[in-house]
Write a protein that binds this ligand. Structure first.
Ligand code: DX5
Ligand code: ZN
Length: 224
């Protein structure tokens, strides 16, 4: 499978949101990544279902909704109704993660689990079969434009091994500080989905940056 590029709207110009989403539509991007923050789980507040609903009306690509909120189970159905195609909750914010993933799947959305930089790959051992996607945070969640944490690379490999051994279809998404400078290493480690905020939206030519991210590693030999 060719890897997926998911530009993160957080880094877009919010005075020109419709144009920014049109750029995503016209580019080789596969998904649009949307970061919901509550000021409790993370030290920042962004947007909620209203914006997801607006994005759904403008965007022709699937919406990848990343919930950085406490008690995400309270809002799963509302985010699905607003137009989320994938709903990702944080393992650290979900004491009943198994139930929450089932709840997400019952809405018809794909279910994702995000893990913070300090959360080990082994914490996924008893949940991987239920996860359509694992989002490996390569920065501390809360803000765009941070530096990639390189310890993430061996963690991606460990998660890839777990997925291979368990023979699940789980995709590995990497989120935070991803750009043209490190995408190849991340893909070589086993990532399937690259989330890119600043590196796409702050580029002189965002669509061209998406195309270059998409082009990387056509011939990459995955570590099995
Ligand atoms: C961070 C968010 C990311 C963010 C990535 O908490 O989850 O999706 O938008 O932004 P960049 O690519 O600028 O690090
Ligand atoms: Zn995100």
């Amino acid at each position: 499978m060719n890897h997926i590029i998911a530009p993160s709207l957080l880094a877009a110009d919010f005075t020109r949101l419709a144009d920014e989403i049109q750029m995503v539509n016209d580019s080789q991007a596969d998904w649009l990544h949307l970061d919901v923050m509550d000021g409790r789980f993370v030290p920042n507040i962004t947007f909620g279902m209203l914006l997801i609903d607006a994005a759904k009306q403008l965007c022709t690509k699937p919406l990848d909704v990343h919930l950085m909120i406490l008690e995400p189970e309270k809002y799963v159905e509302q985010f699905r109704e607003a137009g989320a195609d994938t709903i990702t909750v944080h393992l650290e914010a979900s004491p009943h993660l198994h139930r929450t993933l089932q709840q997400i799947k019952a809405t018809g959305a794909k279910a994702g689990v995000a893990i913070n930089p300090h959360t080990p790959a082994s914490s996924l051992e008893d949940i991987i079969e239920l996860a359509d996607l694992v989002c490996v945070m390569s920065v501390n969640p809360g803000f765009g434009g941070q530096k990639f944490i390189y310890n993430t690379i061996p963690k991606i490999r460990r998660i890839k091994d777990l997925i291979t051994v368990r023979n699940t279809e789980t995709l590995i998404e990497v989120d935070g500080g991803v750009g043209l400078h490190n995408a190849e290493k991340i893909l070589q480690a086993g990532a399937d989905v690259l989330v890119a905020g600043s590196s796409v939206f702050k580029a002189n030519d965002p669509a061209d940056t998406v195309a270059r991210l998409k082009d990387i590693g056509g011939e990459i030999q995955r570590f099995a």
